[in-house]
Design a protein around this ligand. Structure first.
Ligand code: NAD
Length: 516
């Protein structure tokens, strides 16, 4: 079937809640005549009145012209009955997240609109294939998943179910582009792109909290230092633990209870206790007025300790950074580029970049005097970086190691000896999930990168990390975690494994270990 371009076409938004109102605003700002309908009497008119107040406030700040405000509002027409929308060419539904409600609404609409009208659903978690079941023309239903707040968030996931006509997905994709959005094609699978790939960002932190490896403030500080706008604990507090837990549960259930997606007892306890985050005044943090948020100690720069025999092990960005820092301080060192580990050897004791093994595992098999440190993704001096000593390490080395890390420019934060520490395991798991999504044809690499950067503000896309870090080191890190925990969570995706097997190719294209 051919569908005419949707640019400029009259459309109907059903559901005048937070999302529907945002979608109506964006469409009207792009010049569409927009009808707005809500089952609750008066709700569409109220939503328009509220929108008028927000647009006026933006105009008062000089962010919009009075003309734009008037034009946008003129184009939005609250309608009392769906029957008024017979001539629209696109419907976007943003009603409650219930399969039966969405299905019966869309069936009803098929009896009102013309045969060439595209139907789009803003569902965030329901299968588009399931919503289409029972429609006379299931091919015309597509997911158009906007992010909240719609006017500000640039990403739209264009979600195709089993029967979605490719021409419909393409028409909606190009329409979203004309609204100033970045549209990304996704296949309808649990969590689509963003809500699936983002799971480990929360799950790894929750797993570390469950093991009592670190406090929320440390985890947040380390991931913020890696470039994430918010740490996972503060972000879950903002989203609300009930909402975050529900999304995790829905992805878990939709994947037939694959343990990889298992929710956390830590979060369940917060939800059960009503500690929902900012909205209830308390989550991981106390959000009461005047409450002081805990933070990690500030960076204290140090001089490099003197009179020591130094060797820089390994290759890639971390080894280079250590070498450059020592050279800039006028310190001599022996390079050991072919070493099987990356880091600094100091009079026989080792400061190692994590390879996914606990420090104590290295200590048990190789050398007792060992401390591991996390993947430094930030080049900023003084950025928080976690470290952990092996149980075998002597007290003198455990005391000296963080001073060395500080002298090397890191705000060293001690945590328990958890394999993969904080950033390395989190980023490796995000890469793994993205590789899995691409392997299963949910999206392509560019789509995954764009979705994660625009949908959840990640500093880089998972494939940007992967191409710099290399598939083989990421898979090796996850294999080490898998060997430690012996569950399903750290199962390497076949998509990542295949890439790791192309090791020669991958390493010639990507710089080995060059993630920094
Ligand atoms: P909301 O509760 O703010 O609004 C839903 C509106 O739909 C309400 O005004 C309600 O009266 C109306 N409604 C319910 N049943 C209806 C029906 N049969 N016909 C017409 N109107 C009906 O919800 P929301 O947050 O705007 O979410 C709407 C949809 O968008 C859901 O599918 C949700 O999963 C999805 N979504 C939400 C977000 C978010 O952050 N809130 C993000 C992406 C997608």
């Amino acid at each position: 079937m051919t569908f005419k371009p949707l640019q400029g076409a009259p459309l109907l938004v059903v559901g005048a809640g937070i999302m529907g109102t945002g979608i109506a605003q964006v469409a009207a700002q792009a010049g569409h005549a927009v009808m707005l309908f809500d089952l609750r009497e008066g709700a569409a008119a109220q939503a328009k009145a509220q929108l008028a107040r927000s647009l006026d406030a933006l105009a008062a700040k000089g962010k919009l012209s009075a003309q734009d405000v008037a034009g946008t509002l003129e184009r939005i027409e609250p309608i009392p009955s769906l029957d008024a929308a017979a001539s629209v060419r696109l419907v976007v539904e943003a009603v409650v997240e219930k399969l039966d409600v969405k299905r019966s609404l869309l069936r009803q609409l098929e009896g009102i609109v013309g045969g060439d009208c595209v139907l789009a659903t803003n569902t965030s978690s329901i299968s588009v294939t399931a919503i289409a079941n029972g429609l006379q023309q299931p091919g015309r239903l597509v997911g158009m998943h906007f992010f909240n707040p719609v006017p500000l968030m640039r990403l739209v996931e264009v979600v195709s179910g089993l029967r979605t006509d490719a021409a419909v997905a393409q028409a909606v994709h190009s329409l979203a582009g004309s609204w100033g959005k970045v549209a990304v094609h996704a296949r309808s699978t649990p969590g689509f792109i963003v809500n699936r790939i983002a799971r480990p960002y929360y799950a790894e932190t929750l797993a570390l909290l469950q093991e009592r490896s670190a406090e929320p403030a440390l985890l947040d500080a380390c991931l913020r230092a890696a470039g994430f706008r918010m740490g996972p604990c503060e972000l879950m507090d903002l989203i609300g633990h009930d909402t975050n837990f529900a999304v995790t549960q829905s992805v878990f259930e939709a994947n037939f209870f694959d343990k990889r997606f298992a929710p956390s007892l830590v979060q369940r306890e917060l939800v059960d206790g009503g500690l929902l985050g900012r909205k209830s005044g308390r989550g991981f943090y106390d959000h009461a007025p005047g409450a002081v948020k805990p933070s990690v100690p500030a960076f204290e720069p140090m001089e490099l300790p003197a009179e020591t025999l130094l060797s820089v092990h390994g290759q890639g960005a971390v080894a280079r950074r250590l070498s450059d820092t020592l050279a800039a301080a006028g310190r001599g060192f022996e390079p050991v580029p072919d070493s099987d580990w990356v880091g600094l050897e100091i009079d026989g004791a080792q400061l190692r970049l994590t390879d996914g093994r606990a420090a104590s595992q290295v200590g048990a098999g190789e050398v007792a005097e060992v401390v591991v440190f996390d993947l430094p993704l930030s080049r900023d001096g003084g950025a928080a970086l976690s470290w952990a000593p092996a149980v075998q390490a002597g007290a003198a080395w455990v005391e000296a190691a963080p001073r060395w890390l500080r002298a090397l420019g890191f705000n060293a934060q001690r945590m328990a000896d958890a394999p993969g520490l904080v950033v390395a395991r989190t980023v490796a798991m995000l890469i793994n999930e993205a590789a899995d999504a691409v392997h299963q044809g949910v999206c392509d690499e560019a789509g995954a990168d764009a979705a994660m950067k625009l949908g959840v503000n990640y500093p880089q896309g998972p494939f940007e990390w992967l191409h710099r870090w290399g598939a083989a080191p990421v898979a090796a890190l996850l294999d080490a975690l898998d060997a430690h925990y012996r569950g399903e969570r750290y199962r390497v995706s076949p998509g990542l494994r295949m890439r790791a097997w192309q090791r020669g190719m991958v390493e010639s294209q990507d710089c080995k270990g060059d993630v920094v």
